[in-house]
Design a binder for this molecule. Structure first.
Ligand code: HEC
Length: 186
């Protein structure tokens, strides 16, 4: 097989020639061109990211159950609810269902849930640590296991804020700081 070997040889020669050229330092004009390219690249920065669409979310001022919203500052309630809805769809919907109705004898409801509304810190704890054993929700007993959810403080705050502000629950605005407080107790 002479032809391929010759081919390799000439390819090898070409490679060596290329390497030698590369070894020589490039002329100064090229260097400054390169520098310019670098600069123009770094100047191209991204514009602000598009703001999130807020859909189907209800505003809540002055509810009879009392809202704790105003105090929790830098992320608006509407934004928390919108992001919480997405987290719910990805992490909770499969068991607790699209409208929080749950599944009889298997997954307790989150809609109008007396258990949920009775204790916000307990609900935070369920997401952080999971829950097992018998509980009674709206008069029905459940005795199963919910595994802990691998969510950040902000995600837990958002998803619970969404749940609390949906389906006739008590409209609590859960802050990431409150989630952290529960997390640090255990
Ligand atoms: C794999 C199924 C499953 C997933 C996913 C799941 N849960 Fe649960 N959840 C359960 C079960 C089962 C219980 C009841 C556990 C028991 O019987 O002790 C429960 C109980 C609860 C309770 C307390 C009872 C009530 O109805 O108020 C809350 C609050 C809750 N889950 C919220 C959530 C939220 C929010 C998410 C998503 C971040 C989530 N769960 C994801 C299965 C699940």
């Amino acid at each position: 097989m002479k032809i391929p070997i010759n081919l390799y040889n000439s390819l090898g020669m070409a490679l060596i020639a290329l390497l030698m050229m590369a070894a020589c330092s490039p002329p100064p004009t090229k260097v400054s061109d390169l520098a310019k390219m670098q600069v123009s690249r770094t100047v191209q920065t991204e514009q602000g990211s598009p703001s999130q669409e807020l859909t189907g979310v209800q505003e809540l001022p002055g509810d009879e159950h009392g809202d704790k919203g105003a105090a929790t500052a830098n992320k608006s309630l509407a934004r928390k609810i919108a992001s919480g809805k997405q987290i719910y769809v990805n992490n909770c919907l499969a068991c607790h269902q699209a409208s929080g109705e749950g599944i009889a004898n298997a997954f307790p409801p989150l809609s109008n849930s007396d258990y949920l509304n009775a204790d916000v810190d307990r609900a935070i704890g369920i997401l952080l640590h999971g829950l097992r054993g018998e509980i009674t929700v709206n008069g029905n007993k459940y005795n199963s296991i919910m595994t802990r959810q691998h969510l950040s403080n902000e995600e837990v705050a958002d998803v619970l804020t969404y749940v609390y502000n949906s389906w006739d629950n008590n409209k609590t605005d859960v802050s990431a700081a409150r989630v952290e407080a529960v997390r640090s107790k255990h």
